[in-house]
Unconditional design. Structure first.
Lengths: 248, 85, 201
């Protein structure tokens, strides 16, 4: 499965904004045209670099939300109130603007349809982005690999890709939400942080040897990965992508 | 656990600036405890430079310091690195 | 290819008062947390600070003993090699001069050593003469573990990697012994005003 990957050295590429769309009140998806984009795999990310007029630079990594066959590279960015880069990306960028990005990078946190399932995808907040790339890729490939997404969000209006996930349910994909801070009236599903009991209920069973991908803020990923291993999932089958303290 | 910690995947771009092969799926052997892990699974700390540590024994495996034209990569904690070519 | 300027991007920076900021630095009001490794958590009952190496007799202070020494409040600017500077930071600590008082040594160098294995090296004269402290409080509060608490070194005239977090002592040495970052690409001395960030600078 590990293909020989002579990739060549990475350089910074110019990306032009072609669309900015709101996903939730704090989250936007930015679509870019990147001439010469070499293609990517679901789960990979890009490094984004911004340079101010006086030369000051800031750099952050963002997971690619779009599928490999989409000619536009889509990044879904959560606006962090005290962030330095995310407010610029979500508030300032307009179609026609240009930024620099480098990628795709990260062959470790990747899923491709030939790998099959079963898959357990656990996302915290904007940690859903690379997992959504996997789900979209699975759908585009017509894969029926058994896939369970457990998505933790603050409230119903904070669920990224909410409607699209509703539509994609079925054909082997199950979507389970937990809302940790507020729930809409009549909510009967999970309303707490992801824990071992929830993971055991959502499954799949460790005996089915699923590939698990866990992504989100570092404390979330730590708690989930540890719980999965305690439930019996082998550590090498649990891949993690930590976003740092606040979520990237 | 440190809330600031990242996975080796977070430095994929940095490593790929230098190495022509995918580094996060390379398998390293820690020279202190002998554990093997993909580089993508290592713990990444950001200090003055980047430190990648063994997730089992915290041994500093790789350090990365860079400026605009030079990068210093130390592999002091890695006994061997297995890369797919 | 020179980097592309992104329209309207400024980053989160404060204005820099003239003459206060070394070349290549930006002023921040935040206090970024940077670490070479996991945060240690040594209980105070087991914590001590030692002066060892080229001395007639090693010295050791427990947490209580360190606090019994005269300490002072200092307000200094700090400069991180990753380009942020923070002005007018207020610390409480024991001057290294106080710790070295009465110690006879022929050593010309010192290595700071910390929980977790971090080390950094300096000429002895760069930690004496009112230039360095063992700091245990920042901004009026006990020093946070993520910022190096219970105690860290404070050597503000050099880049801040030369102020070891979670410091447990100083080893006086006859020869210079490059520490963790000095071995791995950072400058051996680290003067921000001469922009000595990397090897060869």
């Amino acid at each position: 499965m590990a293909r020989a990957a002579v990739l060549g050295r990475l350089t910074w590429q110019v990306a032009e904004v072609v669309d900015v769309a709101a996903e939730t009140p704090r989250v936007k998806t930015l679509a870019f045209d990147v001439p010469g984009w070499p293609g990517h795999r679901a789960g990979q990310h890009v490094d984004v670099r911004l340079t101010a007029e006086d030369g000051y630079q800031a750099q952050r990594s963002y997971s690619i939300a779009s599928t490999p066959d989409n000619p536009r590279i889509e990044l879904t960015v959560e606006r962090l109130d005290d962030g330095e880069v995310s407010p610029y990306l979500t508030d300032e960028l307009r179609p026609g603007d240009q930024i620099e990005l480098r990628g795709p990078v990260g062959g470790y946190f990747v899923w491709e349809p030939p790998q099959g399932g079963p898959l357990l995808l656990v996302g915290g907040g904007s940690g859903v982005v690379p997992l959504m790339a996997m789900i979209r890729t699975r759908d585009a490939a017509g894969s029926d690999a058994e896939t369970r997404l457990l998505l933790s969000s603050r409230g119903w209006d904070d669920v990224i890709y909410r409607d699209e996930l509703e539509q994609l349910r079925g054909d082997g994909l199950s979507v389970v939400h937990t809302l940790t801070r507020s729930q809409p009236p009549g909510w009967t599903a999970y309303a707490r942080r992801v824990d071992a009991e929830m993971l055991a209920e959502v499954g799949p069973n460790p005996a089915e040897r699923p590939h698990a991908y866990v992504c989100g803020p570092t404390p979330f990923v730590e708690a989930v990965a540890e719980a999965l291993v305690q439930l019996g999932h082998k550590p090498h089958r649990v891949k993690t992508e930590r976003f740092g303290p606040t979520g990237g | 656990m440190d809330a600031l910690m990242l996975d080796g995947n977070a430095v994929a771009g940095l490593l790929q600036e230098v190495f022509a092969v995918e580094m996060t799926t390379a398998i390293e052997t820690c020279n202190r405890c002998g554990a093997t892990d993909p580089v993508g699974a290592l713990y990444v700390f950001r200090g003055a430079g980047i430190v990648m540590r063994c997730p089992h024994c915290d041994n500093a495996l790789v350090t990365i310091v860079k400026d605009s034209t030079r990068m210093w990569i130390g592999f002091a904690g890695i006994r061997t690195l297995q890369v797919t070519v | 290819m020179p980097p592309l300027i992104s329209r309207g991007f400024r980053g989160r920076r404060d204005d820099a008062p003239a003459g206060r900021v070394p070349p290549g630095q930006y002023v921040t009001r935040d206090f970024p947390v940077l670490s070479a490794g996991p945060t240690p958590h040594t209980p105070l009952e087991r914590w001590d600070f030692s002066i060892v190496g080229e001395v007639d007799e090693p010295r050791r202070w427990s947490w209580q003993e360190l606090h019994a020494l005269p300490s002072e409040e200092v307000t200094v600017d700090i400069h991180c090699v990753t380009k942020w500077s923070k002005l007018d930071t207020v610390w409480q600590g024991v001057s290294v001069d106080t710790l070295l008082d009465g110690i006879e040594t022929s050593a010309e160098y010192v290595v700071q050593f910390s929980d977790g294995g971090y080390t950094t090296n300096l000429p002895l004269e760069d930690v004496t003469g009112g230039k360095a402290w063992v700091a245990f409080a920042y901004d009026g509060e006990p020093l946070d573990p993520e910022h190096g608490g219970p105690a860290r070194m404070l050597v503000p005239h050099l880049y801040f990697w030369k102020s070891a977090k979670w410091v447990r002592g100083l080893r006086l040495a006859a020869t210079d012994e490059p520490g963790f970052w000095e071995i791995n690409g950072y400058h051996n001395y680290g003067d921000p005003w001469r922009e000595q960030r990397y090897w060869g600078d």
